[in-house]
Write a protein that binds this ligand. Sequence first.
Ligand code: CMP
Length: 148
Amino acid sequence: QVDETYIMVKPDGVQRGLVGEIISRFEKKGFKLTALKLFQCPKELAEEHYKDLKAKPFFPGLIDYITSGPVVCMAWEGVGVVASARKLIGSTNPLNAEPGTIRGDLAVQTGRLGPSYYPDRNVVHGSDSPENGKREIGGTAYALCLVM
Ligand code: CMP
């Protein structure tokens, strides 16, 4: 089934010049880029995008991170693209991401390791379900005028 996923290169990925590399990985996999925009995300939109995580202790830090610089927002289309993009991206925590994945290859270690250490920067976001893909593209991306 053809579905759509929302991929966002986060501020660290943009600042480190990883946009081309990340786009290239999705292109090489055969997915179709249907929309793209460089965007400074306002706080309200970041909070809406991550509303499922509102109760988490890391939520304020996550919003600060996402709004700390421009992000690249994209919609990608293809058969099974949501699940496939998650595999290309790798585990949410870059410490667990396999080599060969975007996070496994490109997310760098910042800060000091500890028992509950979680790297605060993981380069890229991908929708976690086709429903959230629709919601994010129809919500965040609609606000960005991504979808004509
Ligand atoms: P993302 O794929 O954008 O989806 C939710 C984001 O929340 C995730 O990537 C991380 O950036 C962040 N996140 C998830 N879990 C944690 C955690 N335990 N500590 C800090 N940030 C987290």
